[in-house]
Design a binder for this molecule. Structure first.
Ligand code: ZN
Ligand code: ZN
Length: 479
């Protein structure tokens, strides 16, 4: 069948590509190849064994009706539904459809139905009940290319596992065991990590609990570059607002580090998870006046809103939720994120915003909960209208933030998720608060941390910031 042929051809091309890539790594230099495909050269961060990224295949979508029509035109007869033996144990659920062409269940073979493997007769794609819920992607083991099984659901992520007994990862792990370990493994297989594991994060950054920071389920040992290289990547990607692709190109052209743009996005995501609790729970010294705005960002082809509030005097960003709606609940959340930063809410608290009424509604909401503040509307704060000298610095900050995000979100849509864009924003806020000198603060950073300030350059400051964030998490893990 034609589409099936194309599908397998594509698979084959991808396979060839991966081999070429590996060979290139070997030719280009052992260190690069090792960094990518073997044990990390430099293991800067601690804990937990985290495996390589899986192979994520985005399915090309087909329309089964179109495919059926094409079949008829080509063969002069229609494609019949699957004939099932009456006593067949393997059943295909009636509501099961093909994830690739949406063909209904009569067209689906139960390949080995008891293990949940199916094949579509119309487009030929293989799938399992688990992976079909991934909507667009199939996640495969990087060692054996078999589709991974989703085995557990955790609060922030799903756990996927390669169950293939002939997987090279599995076989290698078994081989590496000492006699003693093999004995213990027989008695208690659960105590050993012998299979390839992947954690798919699906964070939505719900409002953080006021007292305890949320401990991220992520570890930086999966980052197989040196801290300095990671610092460089973050400097280009965040400080200079380069896209992940440009950052990847620059890393290769200038620094001879071969790294994919997807890996850069993954690293950014991991670092964001580590730094977010530090950024959100840092004991900021605040003034009593804050400025807020929303900016448009595009996530997965849809417009979202980034709400940000910052200290108008200290230039510290305190609140940066991403919402699919520009509504009052979002405004409440954004202001709430500022309010939880106070030990005691100041009496003369004021929020400077544009004309959007959602902030007034939010003000009313908080007033009902006995939290009071003023909302000062400044027309022209967030548009082209002129604004008085008093609010010009605020306007400049807002414009800068908007520019940066508008310039960069196009790149982050490659992540295809809200979590990806939130990661970017989190890192931007970390940069803005702790790393970026500010003209209106006499070229000081808004939040001066002595340990950061004495670092010789920006990559080193990023590394130090990650270290401080990890220390913060360790200190608060018992909570
Ligand atoms: Zn299909
Ligand atoms: Zn495998």
């Amino acid at each position: 069948m034609y589409p099936q042929f194309i599908y397998y051809l594509l698979q084959y091309i991808k396979f060839q590509e991966s081999i070429i890539y590996k060979l290139l790594g070997i030719i280009l230099g052992k260190s690069i190849a090792r960094g990518l495909y073997d044990e990390p050269i430099n293991k800067p961060y601690r804990k937990l064994e985290v495996d390589d990224m899986p192979i994520i295949e985005v399915l090309e979508k087909f329309d089964y009706q179109e495919l059926l029509t094409n079949y008829q035109a080509k063969h002069g007869k229609e494609l019949k539904p699957v004939v099932r033996r009456k006593n067949s144990k393997t059943k295909v659920p009636k509501n099961l459809t093909c994830p690739q062409c949406v063909a209904p269940s009569p067209f689906i073979y139960a390949n080995n139905g008891d293990k949940g493997q199916y094949q579509c007769k119309v487009c030929g794609c293989l799938f399992s009940k688990q992976n079909r819920f991934l909507k667009e992607a199939v996640i495969k083991c990087p060692h054996c290319l078999k589709t991974l099984d989703r085995i557990k659901e955790r609060k922030d992520f799903y756990v996927f596992k390669c169950r293939n007994n002939t997987c090279s990862y599995y076989k290698r792990k078994l081989k590496q065991m000492s006699k003693d370990e093999k004995l213990r493994f027989k008695q208690d297989p659960q105590a050993f990590k012998v299979r390839y594991i992947f954690r798919e994060f699906n964070l939505d950054f719900e409002p953080l609990a006021k007292e305890t920071p949320v401990k991220p389920k992520v570890d930086l040992s999966r980052i197989y570059v040196s801290p300095h290289t990671l610092g460089l990547i973050l400097t280009y990607y965040i400080n200079y607002g380069l896209s992940a692709r440009k950052t990847a190109a620059l890393m290769f052209d200038v620094h001879s580090v071969k790294i994919s743009h997807q890996t850069i996005l993954n690293y950014a995501n991991s670092v964001a998870l580590i730094t977010k609790p530090f950024v959100d729970h840092y004991p900021y010294e605040l003034s009593n006046s804050f400025c807020g705005d929303e900016t448009y960002i595009r996530v997965k082809g849809r417009w979202h809103y980034l709400f940000f509030f910052f200290d108008a005097v200290k230039k510290i960003i305190l609140s940066y939720p991403v919402s699919s709606n520009r509504d009052t609940p979002s405004a409440i959340k954004a202001i709430g994120d500022v309010l939880i930063k106070f030990k005691e809410i100041p009496e003369d608290l004021m929020f400077v915003v544009d004309g959007n009424p959602i902030y007034i509604l939010a003000q009313h909401y908080f007033a009902q909960h006995d939290i009071h503040f003023d909302v000062h509307k400044v027309i022209g704060l967030t548009n082209d209208d002129p604004v008085s000298t008093e609010y010009r610095p605020l306007k400049q900050i807002i414009e800068r933030l908007n520019r940066t995000f508008k310039g960069n979100y196009r790149a982050t849509t490659g992540f295809g998720s809200q979590a990806g864009s939130v990661s970017y924003v989190t890192l931007f806020v970390a940069y803005f608060n702790f790393l970026r000198p500010h003209a209106s603060l006499e070229y000081q950073v808004p939040v001066v941390i002595p340990g950061l300030e004495k670092m010789p350059n920006m990559p080193a400051r990023w590394t130090k910031l990650i270290e401080l964030s990890q220390d913060y998490l360790v200190d608060h893990q018992s909570a």
